[in-house]
Structure formats: structure tokens, C-alpha cells
Design a binder for this molecule. Structure first.
Ligand code: GLP
Length: 240
């Protein structure tokens, strides 16, 4: 794992966006794995700037998002569908048919998951995957567990995640289930970029980087990935 430490979230966002922009320039029809949460917002903001400056185009890019809540209307303000459109897709020239976001309202979630994995495989796999990290070490919505997960599946969110994410939910209660790429799907990306900011992530970053590889800290499996870059601000890296 390669580690880079930045002064703050803004500087980290610029660096992460540059990695993704370089991927798009090198392979205009690349497959991006994308993430939600507060962490990737500065990265997406910078990618929009680069698009508007004419430096990159998303016209041939395809995307696969890590996860989506179950039982939340697609257009709810807290759906990851809404998040991705507000923070990136509505501002660039990506084609809607090239955007892949799990349907958390699918009647047959197993089928939805299998179809998503199939589409990802048929596209040739993810070239570069962006990841945030939960306070409990989750990647996507792969919560601490007794074993690493494989492909896309329906997961019950843990108390830690419900607490961390419930701040976004007011009128609608926070969903307790989500669909997520599995750890195996995430690890099959050719390159992975994990970003983390803020002192609240310092302990889990320590466990991810210095601890043993364990499904109790799902992100620790990144130690086994051949091409993984970790970008931290000073606060998130403070225990390393
Ligand atoms: C959610 C997402 C994760 C994300 C995490 C951290 O739980 N499913 O993919 O990494 O939040 O979010 P934040 O960046 O807001 O700390």
C-alpha cells in the first residue's frame, strides 16, 4: 500500500481527482468504481472543474457505485442515486446508460446483485475504485464480520453505521439494509484509491494500515491489494 498524507481535505481532494483524471485521460472509456459519503465530495468537485475546463470528458466513461440503501425511494435526498447525480453526474457529460447504481428497491435483491456483478464483469471490471471508510472499518457497506464477503449482496447495517449516518436522515427513518459490492468485488478492481479525513478516522486508519488483515476491519484487506493508494489528511493519519 502506498500512503500519501495531505495538509487537509481540500488538498487531498485535488490529489485524488488528479489520479482519476489521469485514468480518464489514459483510457477515455475506462470503468470507474465510485463512492459516496462526505469524503469524496472535494474529489468530485475537482473532477467537475476539470471537465468544465475541458481537460477531461466522461462521454465514454462507465461507472459502478459501491452501494445503495434498501427501501429508500430512488429520488430521496439521501439515496446514493441522488448523491451521485447532485455531486457529479449532473455536472459532467456522462451518459446515464453508463451509470450503474444498485436498485435498493428491487423486489428480488439477489437477482439485482447478480445482475450488477454480471454487468461489472461484462464491462471488463473496474479500472480504478474510489473508497471511503466507515468509522468501523467498513468499505462500501461491508460491515465488520466473521468472514470477508465476496460479490454484491444485501447487508444489514450495524449500530455503528446507523449512528454515523443517521445525521443525514430527518423525516424518513434511516434504512437498516443496503445493497453493496462485496469485499471480493472491491478487491477485483485493478487499482484502488482509499481516502480518509478527520481525527475520528485515525484509529480505524491505524487498524487498517498497521493491524492484521481481519474481516473485523474490512478495509484491512487492502493490505493484500497489489495497487492500492491510501490518501489521508494529517488528522486521519495522526496515529500512524
Ligand atoms: C457510508 C458509505 C461508505 C463510506 C462511509 C464513510 O457508510 N457506504 O462507502 O465510505 O459512509 O462516509 P464519510 O466519508 O461520510 O465518512
Amino acid at each position: 500500500m502506498e500512503i500519501k498524507i495531505f495538509e487537509d481535505a481540500a488538498a487531498l481532494g485535488l490529489a485524488a481527482a488528479e489520479i482519476f483524471a489521469n485514468q480518464i485521460k489514459a483510457k477515455p472509456d475506462c470503468i470507474l468504481g465510485l463512492a459516496t459519503g462526505a469524503s469524496p465530495v472535494p474529489t468530485y468537485t475537482r473532477l467537475i472543474e476539470l471537465y468544465k475546463a475541458g481537460e477531461i470528458s466522461f462521454k465514454d466513461v462507465s461507472t459502478f457505485n459501491l452501494d445503495e440503501y434498501c427501501d429508500l425511494p430512488k429520488n430521496d435526498k439521501n439515496s446514493y442515486y441522488t448523491f451521485m447525480h447532485e455531486n457529479l453526474f449532473d455536472h459532467v457529460d456522462i451518459k446515464e446508460e453508463n451509470v450503474h447504481i444498485l436498485n435498493g428497491n428491487a423486489e428480488d435483491t439477489a437477482r439485482e446483485a447478480a445482475d450488477f456483478d454480471k454487468a461489472m464483469a461484462e464491462a471488463g471490471g473496474v479500472d480504478i475504485q474510489l473508497l471511503g471508510i466507515g468509522n468501523n472499518g467498513h468499505i462500501g457497506f461491508n460491515e465488520p464480520a466473521d468472514a470477508f464477503t465476496t460479490g454484491t449482496f444485501k447487508v444489514q447495517l450495524t449500530e455503528s453505521t446507523l449512528q454515523a449516518n443517521s445525521r443525514y436522515f430527518d423525516e424518513n427513518p434511516m434504512p437498516h439494509y443496503a445493497l453493496t459490492m462485496g469485499v471480493g468485488s472491491i478487491m477485483s478492481a485493478k487499482k484502488i484509491v482509499l481516502i480518509a479525513t478527520g481525527a475520528a478516522k485515525a484509529q480505524v486508519i491505524y487498524d487498517t494500515v498497521k493491524g492484521s488483515v481481519t474481516p473485523q476491519v474490512p478495509a484491512s484487506i487492502l493490505q493484500n491489494h497489489a495497487d492500492c493508494i491510501l490518501l489521508f489528511d494529517k488528522a486521519a493519519a495522526s496515529k500512524l
